[in-house]
Structure formats: C-alpha cells, structure tokens
Design a protein around this ligand. Sequence first.
Ligand code: NAP
Ligand code: ZN
Length: 347
Amino acid sequence: MTTVAAYAAPAAKAPLERTTIERRAVGEFDVLIDIKFAGICHSDIHQAREGWGEAIFPMVPGHEIAGVVAEVGSGVTRYAVGDRVGVGCMVDSCRECDNCKAGLEQYCTGGGMIGTYNALDRNGEPTYGGYSHQIVVDENYVVRIPDGLSLDVAAPLLCAGITTYSPLKHWNAGPGKKVAIVGMGGLGHMAVKIAHALGAEVTVLSQSLRKQEDGLKLGADHYYATSDPKTFEELAGTFDLILSTVSAPLNLDQFLSLLRTDGAFVNVGAPEEPVALNLFSVIMGRKSLAGSGIGGIQETQEMLDFCAEHGFGAEIELIAASEINEAYERVLASDVRYRFVIDTATI
Ligand code: NAP
Ligand code: ZN
C-alpha cells in the first residue's frame, strides 16, 4: 500500500479538503499512474452532495484522469513506464457478461461496472478517484493518450468526451444530419466539437446567448436561447437527433417537439429529480426517447484517437486544488468555460 495526497469530501455536502488515502500495492496486471490532471465533472458534484442517493465518504471524486505510468505489474503487457495514459469513469467490471465481452463494460450485467470512485472494488474496498497524486488501475481499464493531445486538455475527454462521442456515433450523427446539443457546459461543448467533426449540422440550445460566440467557434452552425419562446416555434420538427447534456430536469415535451418524424432525443444529463412526460410527445411522429451512459473502454480509445486526429481536446480552465470548492459553485451556476481541470501537482 502507498499513502498518497488527495482532495476529499469528508461527508455529503461538506467542502472538499486535502487529505491522504491509501492506494493498493501494484498487482500483477496493475498500472500505477502518476496523475497529472483531473477534470471536474458535474457528476462529481451530484455525488459529493449525495444528489443521486447515498454515497461513500470520505469521497475523492475525479473520473477524468490523465497521467503518466510510473510502475507496471509483472503481467502487464499493454503499458510501460513513461506511457501517457488516461482513466475514465470505471476501473473494473465482471469481464464475463455479454456486455463486457462486447466492449460495453459500462453496462456490465455481472454486478455492474466498478466506478472510479464512490464504489467498492472486488475486495470490498472503496475506490478513490482522480483528485489525487497517484492511482492504481488494472491495465484493461486504462487507455492511451495519443501524442498529439496534451494531458491537460485530454483529461476531460475521459468522461465528457466519451459520454458525448458514444451516443453521437450510435445515433449516426454525420453528414446530412441535423443535430442539436442542449447545454453548453463540459459535456455540451465536447458534443459540439465532436458532432461538428463527424460532419453533422450542429445547433446549440443553451439557456441564453451568453456563450454563443464560443459555440460558433467550436463548430456549431446555429445557436439559440431556450429562454426565448420563439426558439421552440422556429425550430419545431427540425432535428434528427437531440443530445441533452443538461444537469437539471427539462421540459421534455417542449424539446421532443423539436424532433422531426423518427427523430431521437437522447439524454446524457443526469438530473437528481425525475422528469414528467406527456407520452403523446413521442407517439405523434414515432419519436424515440433514449439515454446513454459514458462508453466502453475500446470506444474510449477510439474517441481519444478521433479527437487527436481532428486536433482538439477540451476547452479548459486550469485550477489549483485549493480552488475546487469555488469551481463547484461555478459549475452549478453554469459558469464554466468549459471544463475545470485540476493541476494535481497543487494537491
Ligand atoms: P455542466 O458543465 O454543468 O453542463 C451542464 C449544462 O447544462 C450547463 O452548462 C447549462 O448549459 C445547462 N443547464 C444547467 N442547468 C440548467 C437548467 N436548470 N436548465 C437548462 N439548462 C441547464 O455539467 P457536465 O459536467 O457537462 O454534466 C452534465 C450532466 O451530465 C450532469 O448531470 C452529469 O452528471 C451528467 N453526466 C452523465 C454522464 C453519462 O454517462 N450519462 C456522464 C457524465 C456526466 P447552458 O448554460 O448552455 O444552458
Ligand atoms: Zn463525468
């Protein structure tokens, strides 16, 4: 076991503070990673505040991890000391169910994926995330960060990138498709970049026009404020695909009215409260309402390679660990451009 510095929430809703945690000894198939950067995902805040239900404390959040391999176990074949690597939302799964075998480890039916934090590992020990100096992870749940991407802008791809890439690919965002992205935050801004790179015609639906200039720069073709009721009149029946990244409940009926016949509304935002739905909103127009969770390990690697090929990472605000609590408040106020990333050297 190694003692490493970390930032943790000692209890639900308590501010995060510096502490130390124990990392397991490097096992046969494990990789020890010196964490360089860790992104702040809105999911960190939902969990640190128990917005999704009971959680495990102390909690070291962080599932957007970029770093460098410092040590490998004797059985590791895929990574060597010095490799630039990433870890996302999961650090293990059963590896035997149909989903695990199909590269959909995030939907593991053999007990569920083991989250990078706020979960129990195979030995029943709590997992601790990326707001720390080092992490030990089985090599099968580690991905390679391509040379063309710097580690700081690559970190957010491990969740915000894959969570938007996976559904955009699955629902065929591409040339000839009109795709709307709801919410221009951490996930939303990545969705804009990726949908644009896939060749789709991209529209941002944001609460206001405050971030319009950025959205257009990142690849959006159109930008509308959902606070303006005219938006819903003008865009009725327009989109093949709407991807919602919104962290709060939405008026689904209103957004479903923006789909064309056979269109799909896909939700990756994970609000803390249930939402209401008038089923006529999907009946008329044979519309689909779906959801999507992160992405599998192989697809995460594919996404990283895709982003490197297209020459982009995330748009980030690099912060010191002492600024985490303030950053959480700014995320809650939709005031992040567009992902806070912690320089873990400051922990
Ligand atoms: P974020 O940076 O806070 O972005 C969310 C955006 O949603 C905000 O920037 C804002 O965009 C919009 N928004 C916020 N409150 C709203 C409200 N009351 N009404 C309308 N729009 C609102 O958060 P994130 O890190 O991108 O995460 C977004 C959500 O996805 C969270 O719930 C997170 O837990 C979830 N998530 C899910 C998965 C998954 O696997 N499905 C993975 C990661 C995260 P505008 O300012 O442009 O309106
Ligand atoms: Zn996340």
